[in-house]
Design a protein around this ligand. Structure first.
Ligand SMILES: *Cc1c(COP(=O)(O)O)cnc(C)c1O
Length: 386
């Protein structure tokens, strides 16, 4: 097989570490549902499903039916799969036949699910999402009684798997007042369900941020953890709260699962005052040696890193010189001894004593950590390492 221009390595031990830490934070009871939407946050769903199963994860959350199918194809067929977002009417039958769980946030969908389930001869496994103030999806308080009526009347065809909501920004301390209102609103919905003598299999509202900082949200029956599983704190606020809790000034219990690597494609001497690459954005201040790196924004390397950021070559930091092009960019290796074509280059990860974290990308662009990793093309080969 021919080579791609870069490769991603996924660390099994880092994932084991992160899932063990999350388990310890949420306690023994909740179902840990790993969120693997967006190609497992860009990591590669085909690799992450078997890796997650090896550390005991047996429930996965996705955004669409299409992604649910990817999870199943990656070996998740014996696991619980839950769709949190788009599910087309045309795909309802597929989901119900396969026992795939899905969020429901309007009455027509709930009625339709019961109908299709009746045809299929297998109950639809539904999570009733309630509006608590996020104002994305969720049943309004006024619709909840009718939703529960349908669940009860059509109980033969509808499994009441979950009652859930999603918090609108639990990663930011400044929105805490809003999150607290949502948590209170969810508690009201829960009491309303209980007063009717009904009980879903699982109550859930926690994502990574609240699982890490609000034990009362994590201590429900299920937590939907995405970003933290991959080794990223959802925000500085969440990291700082962690430091306060453990009483340390530095402590990272999470490990980055992903590393991203390539090789030097070409080495060139550039005379003082010459321009490097397109345009005039970089002019050599002295005689320089540059290395050409064989990937660019078409391969997921953010163009915002032009003239900023760096890669690792021979264990040293090599700053980017000029613009990141579609398929290549240049770095300054003048001070790095004997750089040669074929030398391994680290774009994300460790090389000897230096490390490039994903956070170094979001410092330079407004992109969130997750935005950058989600955009890594699925065509980059992924390999599982220890
Ligand atoms: C993406 C998502 C999550 C996971 O969020 P993280 O912050 O990555 O843990 C949980 N719930 C819903 C509804 C989501 O869309």
């Amino acid at each position: 097989m021919v080579q791609n221009s870069s490769r991603i390595e996924l660390s099994q031990s880092a994932l084991n570490n992160n899932m063990a830490f999350l388990r310890q934070r949420v306690g023994p009871h909740p179902l840990l549902s790993m969120v693997v939407k967006a190609n497992a946050y860009g990591h590669g769903v085909a690799q992450m499903i078997p890796m997650a199963r090896r550390c005991g994860v047996n429930h996965f959350a996705v955004a669409s039916c299409f992604e649910a199918e990817e999870v199943r194809d990656a070996g998740g067929d014996e696991c619980g799969i839950m769709i949190m977002g788009i599910l087309y009417d045309e795909d309802l039958r597929w989901a119900i036949e396969g026992g795939v769980e899905f969020f429901v946030f309007d009455l027509p969908r709930l009625r339709r699910a019961a109908e299709v389930a009746k045809e299929v001869g297998r109950p639809a496994r539904v999570h009733v999402e309630v509006e608590t103030g996020g104002n994305r999806t969720g049943f309004a308080e006024s619709e909840l009684p009718e939703a529960l009526n349908i669940l009860r009347r059509r109980g033969e065809h509808l499994d009441f798997v979950g009652l859930c909501t999603h918090l609108a920004g639990a990663e930011t301390l400044a929105t805490k007042f809003r999150i607290d209102r949502q948590v209170a609103s969810f508690a009201r919905a829960k009491r309303f369900v209980e007063k009717r003598g009904m009980r879903p299999e699982r109550y859930h509202l926690a994502s990574s941020a609240s699982a890490l900082t609000m034990p009362e949200t994590a201590a429900m029956d299920q937590a939907r953890v995405g970003v933290a599983s991959y080794g990223f704190f959802p925000s500085n606020d969440v990291y700082n709260l962690h430091l306060m809790r453990v009483g340390k000034s530095r402590d990272n219990p999470l490990r980055r699962v992903m590393s991203w690597k390539t090789d030097v494609m070409h080495v060139k001497s550039v005379a003082k005052d010459a321009f490097i690459g397109y345009g005039t954005s970089y002019q050599a201040e002295r005689d320089m040696t540059i290395a050409v790196i064989p990937l660019g924004y078409a391969n997921g390397y953010p163009r915002e890193m032009s003239n900023k950021g760096h890669v690792l070559v021979r264990g040293y930091k090599a700053p980017i010189t000029g613009l990141v092009n579609m398929n290549l960019f240049m770095v300054d290796v003048t001070k790095i001894p004997s750089v040669a074509v074929g030398d391994p280059v680290v774009l994300v990860g460790r090389q000897r004593n230096n490390v490039i974290n994903i956070s170094s990308f979001s410092e330079f662009s407004s992109a969130l950590n997750t935005e950058f990793v989600c955009r890594l093309p699925s065509t980059i080969p992924r390999a599982i390492v220890r």
